[in-house]
Design a protein around this ligand. Structure first.
Ligand SMILES: Cc1cc2nc3c(=O)[nH]c(=O)nc-3n(C[C@H](O)[C@H](O)[C@H](O)COP(=O)(O)O)c2cc1C
Length: 222
């Protein structure tokens, strides 16, 4: 049974969030295409994943020292303190939820050139040592970004895009997801409509949004 895991991380509500509206478009089309499939949704901004604590770090170090990946069902046996048990009880369900998904859909606004802290909290928690070894090689990932400015190829701000290279490195190196399974869909210049200095870029913003919408519908129904 196909499973879509949909995560949003914009601090803004849907009527003010480009990334939320775009991920909703994909999810709607995907669910229409797969009416019997499983669908899981988390709003990481409204319902944040707790930041990792000392117990997470100490448990992770102990597990990592085993050398070989420890099966998820055995990790709890390595916990020696209430804090480590508590941290693992917060972490394990999120990891198994990711493993059960065929498709991961992420809504990612650009905040200060990179991903929102709400998303980073989820990333830090699920990247437990050895947890994903060989588990995500068939997972498809759709990353929808929204940026107030423009960071496309050849633009002056391209070197300031710390979202795409960061997420690509994390997905491929830490999660083991093949690069071919990753798709980045960017809505650029989302603030062109209301920031006077960006007025000359309104047409580019419109084109970017239209392309993002079409691409997401195509990907969801493919
Ligand atoms: C805290 C904060 C930081 C931001 N930092 C940047 C930035 O570094 N570069 C940029 O182009 N836009 C920046 N923006 C604008 C957002 O990327 C833009 O409004 C985007 O559409 C937000 O996604 P959303 O519409 O899904 O909420 C920032 C917005 C906020 C609220």
């Amino acid at each position: 049974m196909p499973t879509l895991l949909h995560l949003d991380s914009s601090a803004s509500p849907t009527d003010h969030s480009v990334s939320r509206r775009l991920t909703a478009r994909f999810a709607h089309a995907w669910r229409a295409r797969h009416p019997d499939a499983h669908y899981r949704y988390h709003d990481l901004a409204a319902d944040p994943v707790p930041l990792i604590g000392a117990g997470y770090a100490s448990l992770g170090v102990r597990v990592e020292r085993q050398g070989a990946p420890v099966p998820l069902t055995d990790v709890a046996s390595f916990a020696t303190t209430p804090s480590e048990h508590q941290e693992w009880s917060l972490t394990h369900p999120l990891i198994t939820e990711l493993h059960s998904a065929d498709t991961l859909l992420l809504g990612v606004p650009m905040y200060n050139f990179t991903v929102p802290a709400a998303l980073k909290a989820w990333i830090d928690r699920i990247t437990f040592p050895g947890a994903h070894t060989g588990r995500l090689t068939a997972t498809r990932v759709i990353v929808v970004t929204a940026r107030g400015g423009g960071y496309g190829p050849g633009t002056p701000r391209e070197p300031f895009d710390f979202q795409t290279p960061y997420l690509r490195a994390w997905f491929t190196e830490h999660l083991g997801i093949p690069d071919a399974n990753l798709r980045f869909i960017h809505a650029e210049l989302t603030r062109a409509a209301d920031i006077p200095a960006l007025t000359p870029y309104r047409d580019l913003a419109t084109t970017s949004l239209t392309t993002a919408r079409t691409t997401l519908t195509d990907l969801a129904t493919a």
